[in-house]
Design a protein around this ligand. Structure first.
Ligand code: SF4
Length: 373
């Protein structure tokens, strides 16, 4: 859902769609919808998983069959994959099995760094979620990074982070979220795709609702051949990667802080750096591609932004980096003097310069042409 801000002499368009194209070109005559596409033979990983059949004598993803059956029995029928039926486990696709594993993870949830260890079939975790997923109406975002742009985006409610400047919390009321429905998702996709170009399908806030993502993918058209993008905070637990690394084509991760103190003060979370490191180590390989976003927080160049770049330089040959100057002091940011303003042009340039000096590949540079190689 698009939102337009006027802050001093700046006009900022948040999550623009095709409807705002003229406006964007009035603000910046050089604006165009940039897109770098995978080759015509690209097959998203989930479609391969869908074709793989699991048999009773062949364990799937290190889970044995009795363990899976017990997971299915414990699952709430309201979260039910159309492919999964306990009586037909020998007919399951690998994608269906992955869905069952994701449901099992909700029984003792450690999908994010909050490590609630609670049964989401019985109560909500600190993210506010039980097993029922909710989302904002999916839309086509026309100003994402070129390799994923334009992206058909579904944004889930519920997040393990508690950012004081969260733009989603500022913009949306609970009534803006609909119960996630895979049929409605693919109907909207088909309708919008007839009118507009789409390069990728992006799941935003995937960590806490990964079971729903798999449910949606198991109902995708068989000829859907666009890359799947996981837009996630870097505060996910290992169980999330064990599932998502199997089907995600592009990781779009948000590296927010360079130390635990800032993460605690501004997002209310513990051990952020440990989880950020875990995430970077997990996504650096495994056949997927990664774009790491750094949102330029005002007044955090030395404590957060440069240390993030220093860490990313250890992964520089495996990732692309996107520096975002679009921070807006939303939600409760006005209570924190250091982040209660937009970043300056000087802060953004200083970070870009430092990133280049440390050898990072910026996704808006010529390097991005090689993204799909
Ligand atoms: S996703 Fe995170 S916050 Fe939500 S229940 Fe699981 S561990 Fe807790």
């Amino acid at each position: 859902m698009t939102n337009i801000y006027k802050i001093h002499n700046e006009l900022i368009v948040h999550d623009p769609t095709h409807d705002q194209l003229t406006l964007l070109q009035n603000i910046d005559p050089g604006f165009r919808v940039e897109s770098i596409r995978p080759g015509s033979g690209f097959v998203p990983r989930f479609q391969d998983l869908r074709r793989q059949r699991i048999t009773l004598d062949r364990p799937a993803f290190d889970f044995d069959i009795p363990e899976l059956l017990s997971a299915i029995e414990q699952s709430d029928k309201s979260v039910h994959c159309h492919e999964c039926d306990p009586d037909k486990i020998h007919e399951y696709s690998a994608l269906g099995i992955l869905f069952v594993i994701a449901c099992k993870r909700l029984i003792d949830c450690t999908l994010c760094g909050r490590q609630c260890n609670i049964n989401r079939y019985e109560k909500a975790g600190q993210c506010g979620l039980t097993t029922t997923p909710f989302n904002i109406d999916p839309f086509i975002h026309i100003a994402e990074e070129a390799p994923i742009n334009p992206a058909f985006v579904i944004s889930y409610s519920g997040c393990g982070m508690g950012c004081v400047s969260c733009i989603e919390r500022a913009l949306y009321k609970s009534s803006d979220y609909l119960k996630t429905d895979h049929k409605a998702f693919w109907e909207r996709y088909a309708r919008l795709k007839q009118e507009h170009d789409i390069n990728t399908v992006e799941f935003s806030n995937l960590t806490e609702s990964v079971h729903s993502v798999l449910d949606i993918l198991s109902a995708a058209p068989m000829d859907m051949n666009l890359p799947i993008v996981a837009n996630v905070h870097l505060y996910s637990g290992k169980p999330l990667y064990e599932i998502a690394l199997r089907f995600v084509d592009v990781w779009l991760v948000d590296f927010r802080y360079g130390n635990d103190e800032c993460a605690k003060r501004l997002s209310g979370i513990d051990n952020y750096m440990e989880y950020a490191r875990l995430g970077m180590d997990q996504i650096k390989g495994f056949g997927s591609r990664s774009i790491v976003r750094i949102l330029v927080l005002p007044n955090h160049l030395d404590c957060c932004l440069k240390p993030i770049v220093d860490i990313l330089s250890e992964y520089k040959d495996r990732i692309w980096v996107s520096i975002l100057g679009q921070y807006i002091p939303e939600h409760n940011a006005h209570r924190f003097e250091d982040i209660n303003r937009r970043p300056t042009v000087e802060e953004i340039r200083a970070l870009e310069e430092y990133s280049r000096k440390r050898g990072l590949r910026l996704v808006d540079s010529v390097h991005a042409d090689r993204f799909w190689e």
